[in-house]
Design a protein around this ligand. Structure first.
Ligand code: SIN
Length: 494
């Protein structure tokens, strides 16, 4: 297939652009000879076409993974660790190219894309080390002539479905612990952003990770691939990052075969600024949390609860900081906010804002958008809304765009109740100097992750994940590998 649309001349290593599925170590065209376009959301231009894999290819990839699995799990952990380290080194070596590919297909500014590549690589490095720390137990027996042992074994073939908002890091966060535990993987990246996943897999191959241990099936038929992943008996675990709606479907589909499942789903993060907070730190935290990836992260602040007595000062400082957000194509060095992933994403954000305005909200700030940008890409201007009615959709749905919804509160009890009044429970943020309040909020906020006086919480050492409708299981940290291991208890009569 013709690759010439991609600015491959700007890449140091053009081999990083892969447009085929990876199945059992072979780069395969799709059986149907169908392709799908990968579009640059900053310009609307076609980047390249990618082979559109179907159920047959997914099935072959699962068989290839199952075949690779038995050798991979028997490799000494030092060897698995060494290969993961080699992969990590190659990702770092090619990080400029990987960042450019990421910006072109996803839209985020290059500085953020570079940060994502480093973030993704940090999971590979972390789990290269965790591979060596898969411990079992010897437990004191009930009878003196017995020995009770507990060993940990890989769950088996893992299917992974990854999103378009962090196409490198979310895949790395699943592949690295799976491989470290001794599992082979078949992954379906989001159809909007397959190139980052394919490049990452190619580097794994270059690092010496054996054929079939990582298989990638790019596809536009997410639902058919999801059904195959959850019903194929060779797959023993599914790991999904994406919407709560799809997560619920996957839970049902996986029930029949009682598959292990890890779900990192949507969020509706409250961002609480108490009266005693350091307001400059709160504004810096708000900027980091809200505008990373143009507001398209699951951990983005969604509802800004600001104590009534400081609301006007906070808003003035926030709006001042927002004025420095240059909007544009992510490849331009001055760009701080890139486009949203697609025009339909822009429409969805606009519909949430329209709903709030209809119910009485006021726009207190909206950045100007260059008309030429609007004509070519899927941009949305950073916006602040006040006076938001309680029944506004902005408060119950993930905004996934650069819109700040400001809400006043008067007391700790009130704000804790409001913050918890959601089905979601992924991330929350609090800004306060009061240590008693920190302790109280740490206990009562129903969330998987809590940032205190910071808007930046994600890193490989920490357990990433949510409660309630935000998901099951944790990724990253030493908890992250546990999801890929079975516990086997052995009772020996001696
Ligand atoms: C996400 O938005 O799903 C992930 C964000 C992160 O890892 O920080």
């Amino acid at each position: 297939m013709d690759n010439s649309y991609m600015p491959i001349t700007e890449l140091c290593n053009p081999f990083l652009i892969r447009t085929c599925a990876l199945i059992g170590g072979e780069w395969c065209e799709s059986d149907s000879k169908k392709y799908f376009p990968v579009i640059n959301p900053a310009t609307g231009e076609l980047l390249t076409n990618v082979a559109d894999a179907g159920v047959e290819e997914a099935r072959r990839a699962i068989v290839a993974a199952a075949q690779a699995q038995s050798n991979w799990m028997q490799k000494p952990v030092q060897e698995r660790s060494r290969l993961l380290h080699a992969w990590h080194a190659l990702v770092l070596k090619h990080s400029d190219d990987l960042a450019l590919i990421l910006t072109l297909e996803q839209g985020k500014p290059l500085t953020e894309a570079r940060a994502e590549i480093a973030y993704g690589a940090s999971y590979i490095e972390w789990f290269a080390e965790e591979a060596k720390r898969i411990y079992g137990d010897i437990i004191a027996p009930q009878h003196p002539d017995q020995r009770i042992m507990v060993i940990k074994q890989p769950v088996g073939v893992v299917a992974a479905i990854t999103p378009w908002n962090f196409p490198n890091a979310m895949l790395a966060r699943k592949l690295a612990p799976a491989l470290a535990a001794g599992c082979a993987v078949v992954a379906k990246p989001a159809a909007e952003t397959p190139l980052s996943a394919l490049a990452l897999a190619w580097l794994a191959e270059e690092a010496g990770i054996p054929a079939g241990v990582i298989n990638i099936v790019p596809s536009t038929d997410a639902s058919a691939i999801g059904i195959e992943f959850s019903s194929n008996k060779l797959v023993r675990k599914l790991s999904f990052t994406g919407s709560t709606r799809v997560g619920k479907i996957l839970i049902q589909q996986c029930a029949e075969d009682v598959k292990r499942i890890t779900l990192e789903l949507g969020g509706n993060a409250p961002f609480i600024v108490f009266e005693d907070a350091d307001l400059d730190a709160a504004v810096a935290g708000a900027m980091a949390s809200k505008f990373r990836n143009a507001g398209q992260t699951c951990v983005c602040a969604n509802r800004f609860y600001i104590h009534r007595n400081i609301q006007s000062v906070f808003c003035a400082k926030l709006i001042q900081a927002m004025q420095s957000l240059t909007i544009g194509n992510g490849v331009a060095s001055e760009t701080k906010i890139g486009p949203l992933i697609s025009r339909s994403a822009v429409k969805k954000v606009q519909s949430l804002v329209d709903d709030a305005l209809k119910k009485g909200a006021r726009i207190t700030y909206q950045a100007d958008l260059d008309k030429t940008l609007l004509a070519i890409g899927s941009y949305y201007p950073p916006t602040v809304l006040n006076n938001i009615a309680d029944d506004s959709l902005l408060l119950t749905q993930e905004i996934f765009g650069p819109v700040v919804a400001i809400l006043p509160f008067d007391s700790d009890e009130e704000v804790a109740k409001l913050a918890n009044d959601t089905d979601y429970g992924l991330a929350a943020y609090c800004f306060t100097r009061d240590s008693k309040r920190i302790k109280k909020m740490s206990e009562i906020l129903a969330t998987g992750m809590l940032g205190i006086n910071t808007g930046t919480i994600s890193n490989a050492m920490a357990p990433f994940g949510g409660v309630k409708h935000s998901g099951w299981g944790r990724e990253g940290s030493h908890y992250g590998i546990a999801d890929y291991l079975e516990i086997k208890y052995i009772c020996e009569q001696i």
